[in-house]
Unconditional design. Structure first.
Lengths: 248, 248
DNA sequence: TTTTTTGGTTGACGTGGGTCAACGGGTGTG
DNA sequence: CACACCCGTTGACCCACGTCAACCAAAAAA
């Protein structure tokens, strides 16, 4: 059973301070002046801790805030009545969650922590208000939303016209690139999600994901052990994605 | 060969007037007060006509404006180096094009007219500026972007976890619903796109789309002739989407 | 520690949809 | 008005991925 409190016990009283945060260049405040950054500190409310496997929000919840990931990682998914799940994305530190709720003021997907995590709560009404005042904030927020749209188009490309190995290669390279942006190794990292979650995201069954991992390993492209992945030949992985013979 | 002029000959000198437009409740100005609506008239620049098969913009073009469709319809697509195309959406009157360009200030997809069409050009810098001033405009714009994100998640669901017939059923019901919103018949309409474009959007080959159309017709769910579609049993179409046996 | 559960791998087999090919009707063009 | 091309349909065949099942390792619980 998961907690569903709107004001969960896990809320920390600490105010976040964007101006002090080392995630600025990955997060909403990117590109703001110091003066603007100080104003942002007013905007960002309390932090909130979310335990592994617990929801930050559920589909159907009223929309009140967006969230910036301070530590940890999440998945977002949508469910069909018959129980089918589609993972729509994996989010890492500095990325923004909850944008799906703006349009109808009700969240349209679930956000679930893949590990014990912490987010900064950004009340949406305050964000709206401050966007009117702070020059760069509005532009930055628009860019965050637009980036999400572009990212989604990339996933559609992947789901609509790539074969299994291409999808996994694209996924691994994307993860690598995002770890790099956070100062981690581009070649070696620990995935936070299961084969089944990867499969759901890539439109494949978990067995197919597992087999593709094994085949990559057999061909010397990567070294995998459970969630630990090492990219041995990223260039060859990259070339897998384009000019695939017999592409869909 | 397609024209690629940034200021094409097809630009009309006419200023658009949102306050006079019968598409308000489908378009960006939805929910604005009359006073706000009048301010919007300043914002919206010239109209621009796009001939069938011609691009409103190309991937790689610098981003300068977003576009509201005044008449006609479009598809957006992304291309892979090897020529594979993924249609990321079909857009109808009142819908907004170009949001993909905000994040990098370069368009990341192509927007192609499916028929002779006309758009209202909304210069982005002006929109940014006016969003600071006009109360409801910012919120409305955010909702438009958020709706796009939610829509994209729906497409991912479709591509990632539905079988061919479910995808086509979902597509037809979505078209029906959007025609209805524009005052057209929910049961009977003309598609503007080819089987190949539908296939690309749904992650299927054109032959599969054609076969699914035929099977629906055989089962008395619809009547199709070329691009003309009549939904005979929308309820049964709807039930096709959920609780499908042996779903992916 | 031992036990249980969950997650990952691998094999054998089946099938939905892709591929290739032929054909016919519409539609836009010269 | 006639030609050409594009679009849609249908059939035969094939293969990538799904399904089902067994098994093992790792992690969590007891």
């Amino acid at each position: 059973m998961q907690m569903r409190a709107t004001v969960p016990i896990t809320v920390s009283g600490l105010k976040s301070a964007c101006s002090q945060c080392n995630l600025v260049e990955l997060c909403l405040p990117f590109g703001l002046s110091n003066r603007e950054l100080n104003r942002l500190d007013e905007l960002v409310g309390a932090r909130r801790k979310i335990k592994r496997q617990h929801n930050l929000y559920h589909a159907g919840d009223p929309f009140e805030a967006i969230y910036a990931i301070r530590a940890g990682s999440f998945k977002t998914d949508v469910l069909l009545e018959d129980g089918r799940e589609q993972v729509t994305g994996f989010q890492m530190t500095g990325e923004i969650l909850g944008l799906d709720g703006i349009s109808t003021e009700i969240h349209s997907c679930n956000a679930v922590a893949l590990e014990d995590s912490e987010v900064c709560v950004i009340p949406y009404d305050k964000l709206e208000q401050m966007s009117h005042e702070v020059e760069g904030l509005q532009l930055q927020f628009h860019k965050v939303m637009s980036r999400e749209i572009v990212r989604d188009h990339g996933v559609m490309m992947l789901l609509g016209s790539m074969r299994a190995e291409e999808r996994l290669a694209a996924f691994l390279l994307n993860m690598s690139q995002r770890f790099t942006a956070r100062g981690f190794s581009a070649q070696e990292f620990n995935l936070r999600m299961t084969r089944e979650e990867i499969g759901s995201y890539l439109g494949l069954k978990l067995e197919t994901v597992s087999r593709a991992f094994s085949r990559f390993q057999d061909e010397g492209l990567i070294a995998v052990q459970q969630k630990h992945v090492r990219l041995l030949e990223p260039a060859r992985l990259k070339s897998l994605i384009q000019h695939q013979p017999g592409a869909r």
